[in-house]
Ligand binder design. Sequence first.
Ligand code: GLC
Ligand code: CA
Length: 567
Amino acid sequence: MEQERNNQSQHQPQEQAPAQEKMQPSATRWWQNAVIYQIYPRSFQDSNGDGIGDLQGIIRRLDYLERLGIDGIWLSPVCKSPQDDNGYDISDYQDIDPMFGSLSDMEQLIEEAKKRNIRIIMDLVLNHTSDEHPWFVEAKSGRDNPYHDYYVWRDGVEGIPPNEMRACFGGSAWQWVPEVGQYYFHQFSVRQPDLNWDNPKVRQEIYEMIRWWMDKGVGGFRLDVIDQIAKVPDKGITNNGPMLHTYIQELSRETFQKGDLVTVGEAWGATPELAKLYSSPDGREFSMVFQFEHINLDQQEGKEKWDLAPLPFLKLKEVLNQWQTGLYGCGWNSLFWDNHDLPRIVSRWGDDGKYREESAKMLATLLHGMQGTPYIYQGEELGMTNVKYSIEEYRDIETLNMYRERMGAGCKKEEVMASVYAKSRDNARTPMQWDGGEYAGFSGSTPWIRVNPNYQKINAASQVGVEGSVFEYYRRLVKLRKEHPVLIDGRFQLLLERDGQIFAYLRENGQSRLLVVCNFFGEPVKCGLAGEWDKAKLLIGNYEGAGEEAGFSEVLRPYEARMYLVS
Ligand code: GLC
Ligand code: CA
């Protein structure tokens, strides 16, 4: 078995010229002008009163998304799944989980979205399957089973795993299966066995499945933890394995390159150098990379995300600057503060109290002014906040495993809970706040996870069409992106690099110059950027009346953000 695997890993897919003929000059691809909205289906809108969001619920809310102006929906996984990791553990890639609806609901969603010029981007979880996937059920039934080599197995003795590798959700990365007398490898939960990408049969099955979805008219794919598919557990390698880019290029060639799709590679371990490979304009891998360097800064170095540290603001500027300049003309980035794995940005780096609206808008301005494709995570456009629940009310496997582990290791409960409040993925997974009615208009009955108690104050009904609301501000930002090409192709230049309070930058494309200036904190600050900006046009600002004021204001109020244009 071992030998066979090694042979297979030497099988190098043939190099081919990238799909040159399909390439257009960068900045004209549709997804470079797009804004993508992420839906976490469980928590978006329930349509049948079981307390869980579903596809018909999403269809019902498409008008809301059309109004916001977005071009694509990244849909977190809706395929059949035992839901050990809320759908990131798939047991059938070609069917919809009954909890979310049916395949025909999915087809209807694709069609209804299309009518509104919105493309559906599916979440492809290709690093692992569920342990209930028929492949795995077969694989663990015997070493000679044809599916055995679809997963990563190592010999060993019960109780002594092959090595010390740990899973991302805690515990050993190895799980003993007595029936075969071997361990299987899992980078996530024990119920998410890793697929063996060194096996060409696995790869071919995956490509076929992707083409099947492409035929259904999906607009693209988000590739879950794609940098971990080429693991080499014997060497302790999880991400960026030696075969990674060979596999990705084969995947792209066999599937995406056949259509005008957007593809987004989730890569926790990407550097700007690696990102050029992932998102090279020749299209041989993905459209863009989704990396986390900027969002991981508020933790103790070398430790876990739960080990909290204040945000090093100058470092944030440095990191964003490196990505903006590093990928200019040779790659493409995703711009995001939030997703289903991250806490709410307004609570995290803004102020979810007194300046909630101002800081939510400031963070949005800062992000949407940069180069890349912006992502809005459901509820971000309303300024939704983190929650503080008692531990029994949390649902996320990662949070609960961490709680158990740290409490077991004798950590103080207040400290463990402080980490949960700050970083639990459930902060982003509480039901979408549609209105001030019971369960926030999300469902007619008790939701699978408690609604954030602030739903009467923060909800869509009180913001849509209401001037000055966070929602309307996001809507304007999305619109500005369509009106000003400099936002798409302008070169980025960081200003006031050493300023400890202001985040300011220029975008420039030969036709126009755009200035974004943000006070990242709650104290007013004087900003020495007047001069040519005295006569610039204010495109958007987050303080009342800012729209009418001409000229440059020297003092930035708490969390004030402004975007100016000279053309
Ligand atoms: C990605 C997903 C996350 C999931 C993990 C395992 O990081 O975003 O939600 O738990 O992969 O699939
Ligand atoms: Ca439902």
